[in-house]
Write a protein that binds this ligand. Structure first.
Ligand SMILES: C[S@@+](CC[C@H](N)C(=O)[O-])C[C@H]1O[C@@H](n2cnc3c(N)ncnc32)[C@H](O)[C@@H]1O
Length: 220
């Protein structure tokens, strides 16, 4: 079932203080963004990379730091576009951060070799449209990697992740509640993804379940 909302995202959206809080919270996981950037650098079939929903832009900036890539990124939150642009300037790299909705991307067809979408897909109001847009802007042979929480993630595994996130007991309790009552409710199952993807023209689909999430690799 596809939920379509004019605002482009489910729930409250991430603007203002919420975006600032997320940016400072996720900065602690820079090693993960650096490792992901290195991994993407090794598998992207070409130099033109788009990050969909980059938030503070940490992955896109880490990829740009490696050199040899032209990196663009699109986010629906104006606060995040400002934060990410500032972060890129501070890091001394060029990333084309733009404001917009994944369901109607401001890019011509066949523009990119690789798309990354991390910790964001479950928030999109129009998931099928988002996948169709990713397919449209990729070049033939291009790949998309979607990394997100899975709806059937075991609570024990979620609690372990929350423990690794650290913070004081109030923070931990908040993180646990957010996972259980917000994020898991938005997240999709493998069957949901298979249904969405049946409405797209991707040539190859690979879905791998991880600790609490999925990795979905799509080839045009
Ligand atoms: C939890 S944050 C993830 C940020 C980043 N990808 C990361 O890994 O930390 C979710 C992001 O999705 C963005 N978003 C939600 N709906 C969107 C849409 N329809 N189009 C573009 N971005 C969207 C939000 O503004 C936010 O930046």
């Amino acid at each position: 079932m596809q939920v379509t909302q004019a605002k482009g995202y489910k729930g409250m959206g991430m603007n203002g203080v919420i975006a600032k809080w997320y940016a400072s919270n996720t900065r602690h996981f820079m090693d993960d963004f650096t490792a992901l950037a290195k991994r993407v650098a090794g598998i992207s079939p070409g130099p033109d990379v788009l990050e969909v929903a980059p938030g503070p832009g940490y992955f896109a900036i880490e990829l740009a730091k490696l050199g040899g890539f032209s990196v663009a990124a699109l986010d629906i939150s104006k606060t995040f576009v400002e934060i990410a642009t500032k972060n890129a300037i501070e890091a001394g790299v060029e990333v084309n951060f733009q404001h917009g909705d994944v369901a109607a991307m401001p890019f011509p067809s066949h523009s990119f070799d690789f798309i990354l979408c991390r910790a964001a897909f479950k928030n999109f109001a129009a998931p099928v449209r988002a996948l169709q847009e990713m397919e449209r802007v990729l070049r033939v042979g291009g790949k998309a990697l979607i990394i997100d929480l899975r709806r059937d993630a075991p609570l024990t595994a979620i609690n372990q992740v929350v423990d690794r996130m650290g913070g004081n007991s109030v923070n931990r309790a908040l993180n646990q509640l957010t996972f259980r009552f917000v994020l898991l409710k938005r997240a999709y199952t493998r069957a949901d993804f298979e249904g969405f993807l049946s409405e797209t023209r991707f040539r190859e689909v690979e879905i791998t379940a991880a600790e609490i999430g999925f990795e979905i690799t799509l080839t045009k």
